[in-house]
Write a protein that binds this ligand. Structure first.
Ligand SMILES: [Zn+2]
Length: 134
């Protein structure tokens, strides 16, 4: 934690002509500021991770063995259950003649047809990672 009284002490050292002491204390304050900035960066990352986790807990749903994400009243998916449960990745499944398959882990879910879930099957061709940002 940064002690703001140090700034007054530094000022007092400069005012009384003790420049070496003032510079030394300035260097110490600089070191503490860098440490604080690093801590803030780490805490921001942790906060973002927690926000993402809370967002998924609220908006990611399991239905018929597949994950679906609902955001802004739009449901997206299905996402590969194997990828989500092993690595936390949301990989949209692609439709093929055999059923659904994952373009990332190559899991195949044979015989599963989710045509009603697709608005336009022709446009669902590529894996897409959905960002967690709202
Ligand atoms: Zn997968």
């Amino acid at each position: 934690m940064l002690d703001y009284r140090l700034f007054k002490t530094i000022n007092d050292f400069f005012a009384s002509g003790q420049h070496d002491k003032a510079r030394h204390l300035l260097m110490e304050v600089q070191s503490r500021c860098i440490a604080l900035r690093d801590e803030v960066s780490m805490l921001k990352i942790r906060l973002k991770t927690l926000e993402d986790t809370a967002f998924l807990a609220e908006n990611l749903h399991l239905k018929d063995g597949f994950y679906w994400l609902t955001a802004n009243d739009v449901r997206q998916g299905p996402f590969c259950p194997r990828c989500y449960e092993s690595e936390g990745g949301l990989i949209r499944l692609e439709r093929s003649q055999k059923g659904l398959h994952c373009p990332y882990c190559h899991a195949v879910y044979p015989g599963i047809r989710q045509e009603a879930e697709y608005q336009d099957g022709a446009t669902v061709r590529h894996a897409r990672i959905i960002p967690f940002a709202r």
